[in-house]
Design a protein around this ligand. Structure first.
Ligand SMILES: C[S@@+](CC[C@H](N)C(=O)[O-])C[C@H]1O[C@@H](n2cnc3c(N)ncnc32)[C@H](O)[C@@H]1O
Ligand code: SF4
Ligand code: SF4
Length: 362
């Protein structure tokens, strides 16, 4: 029930997506099709921080050209046709991308919830004005601790906690919804920091997204798996009205949306199931996203919503999909290098000529 109420906030708050949400549900429930819901589009890997946990640590390739404005715009058109209702521009730091205005416009902010992820170290009143004027509805700001010193240490960027608070105020004054995004760890659970952060978010009128730590990028040597007590705490925190994890936003069922409902696209055009699964199923410069998504949803386990966060919680998933990264020279690795199993035929996804996904079992 709590999940449904949290879910219903979105169409109420962002009525522009209602016609497309209705179409998506019609296609899924009446026509038995699959629809993509959200895309995280990384538009660069440049950044002012040096976080100890940074997931994109090994994804940047200095000499590789980034997708240009026209290329990203073409992909955004295709994603719109595929039903995507939320485009989150991320990075690195998306606000350092000089053509961000054109990219936001290409994401069609009237009928899509366009959001931007940032560590907020560069946000000032001008940037806040610009994002509002361009049509950005949500800004997701990373906050690693309720304690300023701890946050600054985690970001390796003095003064960044104050910047987060200042940016939160600037966006809220302009009617942009602010989500803080944080990571639940053994340490911040035990020392009470996470509980303080949950309260701080409530005081500030902010939605708090709580993720588990993902053992990828700069954190690739972290142990895989989440202690049972931490899972219990996560479940308890999810009862608070202003707290969520991304598994709450799915069409039907709570769980990990990687691949089936959500994609991550790198600034070079590589298409992955989520920002923490560094396995590419193809490049948008070579194939339509629709075809790449079809292949992804035809590969286990991305054909259905999974329980929990497989990257953080599932050692079997980790061994199959992420351990090859440890020896790979280039990240992401390709799905061919992984040798993943195709999904059993009863659960596979067929795509119509117009790029709409259809369940073969329907
Ligand atoms: C890669 S950052 C990009 C956007 C921006 N630079 C920022 O830090 O907010 C996106 C989000 O992923 C989180 N993140 C990075 N590495 C992570 C990891 N290994 N496990 C869990 N979350 C991680 C960051 O804290 C941030 O909230
Ligand atoms: S997590 Fe974000 S802010 Fe931190 S180093 Fe990575 S890209 Fe930069
Ligand atoms: S694998 Fe984890 S981080 Fe990625 S989409 Fe699923 S729940 Fe989110």
């Amino acid at each position: 029930m709590g999940r449904i109420l949290k879910h219903l906030k979105y169409p109420v708050r962002y009525p522009g997506i209602i016609p497309r949400a209705a179409e998506n549900y019609f296609r899924m429930m009446v026509l038995g099709q699959k629809r993509l819901r959200a895309v995280e589009f990384a538009v660069n890997y440049v950044c002012q921080c040096q976080c100890a946990h940074c997931s994109v640590e090994f994804l940047g390739q200095k000499r590789r050209p980034l997708l240009d404005t026209a290329q990203i715009s073409r992909v955004l058109d295709e994603l719109h046709d595929m039903g995507v209702m939320n485009v989150n521009f991320t990075g690195g730091e998306a606000i350092l991308r000089p053509d961000l205005r054109e990219l936001v416009r290409a994401a069609r902010p009237r009928s899509t919830v366009v959001s931007v992820a940032t560590a907020a170290t560069m946000v000032d009143a001008k940037i806040a004005d610009d994002l509002r004027d361009w049509g950005v509805r949500i800004v997701t700001i990373s906050l690693d601790s309720a304690d300023a010193e701890t946050h600054d240490r985690s970001r390796r960027h003095p003064g960044s906690y104050d910047k987060v608070m200042n940016a939160t105020r600037l966006f809220q004054e302009r009617g942009i919804d602010v989500f803080w995004c944080t990571i639940l760890t053994d340490e911040n659970a035990i020392n009470g920091d996470m509980l303080r952060l949950v309260d701080r978010a409530e005081e500030w009128g902010v939605t708090l997204t709580i993720n588990f730590s993902c053992p990828v990028g700069a954190w690739h040597e972290q142990p895989v798996g989440v202690a049972p007590e931490l899972k219990v705490l996560h479940r308890e925190l999810m009862q608070r009205e202003h707290v969520r994890w991304e598994g709450h936003s799915n069409y039907h069922k709570e769980g990990c949306p990687a691949g089936i409902e959500k994609l991550y696209i790198s600034p070079y055009g590589e298409v992955m199931p989520c920002p923490f699964i560094h396995v590419t199923f193809g490049n948008v410069l070579q194939r339509p996203v629709t075809d790449i998504w079809k292949e992804m949803t035809g590969t286990e386990p991305f054909h259905e919503v999974q329980e929990g966060c497989p990257v953080a919680e599932n050692p079997t998933f980790f061994v199959q999909y992420l351990s090859p990264l440890k020896t790979a020279e280039v990240h992401p690795v390709s799905i061919e290098q992984i040798g993943a199993k195709p999904t059993p035929i009863s659960a596979t996804t067929a795509l119509c000529a117009d790029g709409v996904a259809e369940s073969a079992s329907a």
